[in-house]
Design a protein around this ligand. Structure first.
Ligand code: SF4
Ligand code: SF4
Length: 134
């Protein structure tokens, strides 16, 4: 009989965010390890895809500091092999998105001078504003 795991509010919110962004129900992962077994990046990264999935399901924010989310090459080997039909590369993508959305803004528009604002290409301003959507 499987044991029910109850997450604290913060962890549950984090898992919910990953599910929303990836569209994948990370809690379906049964930790079979198949994704890690076939991952071409596994020997390069310190964290395996299956550990990434476990931490995502448990809402452990430490996963944001893992290298696998950046090493993942979206090759879909894990995705086609996962017995639970989870697209693991989408989970890695969601975790990258969380980091990119939460990162410190490199351009603080309120601190730019009118001369700088005039010089900046419009696309740079749009990109800067998009990074504040986290
Ligand atoms: S292959 Fe699927 S079910 Fe197995 S550990 Fe990876 S994500 Fe979980
Ligand atoms: S999609 Fe990413 S995690 Fe999955 S096997 Fe390929 S590199 Fe590894």
């Amino acid at each position: 009989m499987s044991k029910k795991i109850i997450l604290d509010k913060e962890s549950a919110e984090f898992t919910k965010k990953i599910i929303e962004l990836s569209g994948e129900i990370v809690t379906l992962c049964e930790q079979c390890g198949t994704c890690s077994g076939g991952c071409p990046m596994c020997d390069k990264a310190e964290t395996s895809p299956s550990l990434m999935m476990r931490m995502a399901a448990l809402g452990q924010k430490e996963i944001l500091g893992s290298d696998i989310i950046w090493y993942c090459a979206s090759c879909y080997t894990c995705t086609v092999r996962c017995p639970r039909g989870i697209d693991i590369s989408k989970v890695a993508e969601a975790l990258r998105q969380i980091i990119l959305r939460d990162s410190v803004n490199r351009i603080d528009l309120s601190k730019l001078t009118p001369a700088e604002l005039e010089k900046l290409p419009q696309i740079a301003l749009v990109a800067a504003l998009r990074k504040m959507t986290g």
